[in-house]
Ligand binder design. Structure first.
Ligand SMILES: *[C@@H]1O[C@H](CO)[C@@H](O)[C@H](O)[C@H]1NC(C)=O
Ligand SMILES: *[C@@H]1O[C@H](CO)[C@@H](O)[C@H](O)[C@H]1NC(C)=O
Ligand SMILES: *[C@@H]1O[C@H](CO)[C@@H](O)[C@H](O)[C@H]1NC(C)=O
Ligand SMILES: *[C@@H]1O[C@H](CO)[C@@H](O)[C@H](O)[C@H]1NC(C)=O
Ligand SMILES: *[C@@H]1O[C@H](CO)[C@@H](O)[C@H](O)[C@H]1NC(C)=O
Ligand SMILES: *[C@@H]1O[C@H](CO)[C@@H](O)[C@H](O)[C@H]1NC(C)=O
Length: 300
């Protein structure tokens, strides 16, 4: 059976082609200077996206549609609970920020059925977990820490439930979730954003040029290409857990390390020691290598 996440990956790549507008990197502002309000607006931007994503799908598909598309009978009502959580998170963040809070944008999500929605939900919830883990280091006010941790752990439960019981895949990808930098997570999110109110605050983030790793397969050489960015001699950082694995691009190719499992990410970097918004030059590729309860790969 072709796995749901393979479908999600295809959706994501298709969407990237349609919606990512590569922008020049703005190095005038870097993540070390981000203040708590900007950080909260970044998190709110992701939460607004998720809120619209779940509400829109529930608005489009009935219980019959879910069951008819082979999703569990109980799944739609649970997705309603997730949608309520997203609204609660949006309200919480908006109230904390006050008048400068980012408003919802317009979005284009490339699902066409309950099952493709569930597959995309696995990717989007996983990216948000990674985004919040990656953003944690910038919180300076201890007042926000408990709330941020509570939001993150709830998000991780959503991601695990969607991947496991709904999509019948690994509910986790290893002992440690994978942090994504602010720009990296924003790059993935921005492909679904088609327009934002001009009154919204400017976020301290920029989307990277797009990266592709053709037919990525563990232990196999794959061709690397990036939009307007030279790949030769640079590194692909494979992100799976908190320690990246760097592979230099030689002859336009990298051999995908066999150590990555579950949902992982890959970015092109200028460095072979650190992955952050100053060393990433293109990305982000979502890689999914689902594994079963014996730890064996589940290849379509
Ligand atoms: C980020 O900004 C700070 C303060 O302006 C500066 O000290 C630091 O070198 C900058 N870091 C990078 C990677 O540009
Ligand atoms: C369920 O699927 C069947 C066959 O594909 C179709 O005839 C039927 O109209 C569908 N029902 C709903 C509620 O979508
Ligand atoms: C959002 O979409 C609506 C309906 O198409 C449109 O009227 C509005 O201008 C859009 N807003 C932005 C900020 O793109
Ligand atoms: C990727 O795999 C597909 C199917 O196996 C094949 O048709 C295609 O040529 C491959 N693409 C590249 C760039 O290797
Ligand atoms: C990328 O290259 C294309 C074609 O050469 C060009 O039109 C586009 O402006 C470039 N984008 C950036 C961000 O440099
Ligand atoms: C990392 O890059 C440096 C050059 O920048 C090189 O000397 C070193 O061998 C590289 N290390 C690995 C493990 O690739």
């Amino acid at each position: 059976m072709k796995s749901a996440s393979v479908i999600a990956y295809a959706i994501l790549v298709g969407a990237a082609a349609a919606f990512v507008v590569p922008q020049a990197r703005d190095n005038s502002m870097n993540s070390t200077t981000i203040d708590d309000t900007s950080l909260l607006n970044y998190v709110l931007t992701l939460k607004n996206l998720e809120n619209a994503f779940y509400a829109g799908a529930l608005n489009s598909f009935t219980q019959d549609d879910f069951v008819n598309d082979s999703l569990p009978t109980w799944s739609r009502a649970r997705f309603e609970q997730i949608a309520e959580h997203q609204q609660a998170h949006v309200d919480l963040l908006s109230n904390a920020i006050g008048s400068g809070a980012a408003q919802a944008c317009n979005y284009t999500f490339p699902y066409t059925s309950p099952s493709t929605f569930a597959a995309l939900a696995e990717v989007i919830s996983g990216v948000c977990v990674s985004a919040f883990v990656g953003a944690a280091q910038y919180i300076t006010s201890s007042d926000y820490l408990t709330t941020a941790a509570a939001v993150l752990s709830t998000e991780a439960r959503h991601a695990a439930w969607i991947a496991g019981p709904v999509n019948h895949q690994n509910a986790w990808s290893g002992a440690l979730d994978t942090p994504l930098s602010l720009d990296a997570a924003y790059t993935l999110a921005s492909q679904y954003i088609s327009g934002c109110p001009s009154s919204n605050p400017t976020l301290p983030v920029t989307a990277f040029s797009s990266l592709t790793i053709a037919n990525a397969s563990l232990g196999q050489a794959s061709t690397v290409t990036a939009n307007n960015v030279t790949v030769e001699g640079k590194y692909v950082a494979f992100l799976s857990g908190v320690t990246p694995t760097f592979v230099q691009v030689v002859g336009g190719q990298v051999v995908v390390p066999t150590t990555i499992m579950g949902t992982s990410y890959a970015v092109l970097t200028s460095s072979n020691v650190s992955v952050d918004d100053s060393t990433i030059t293109a990305g982000v590729v979502v890689l999914q290598f689902p594994y079963n309860s014996n730890g064996a790969l589940e290849i379509a």
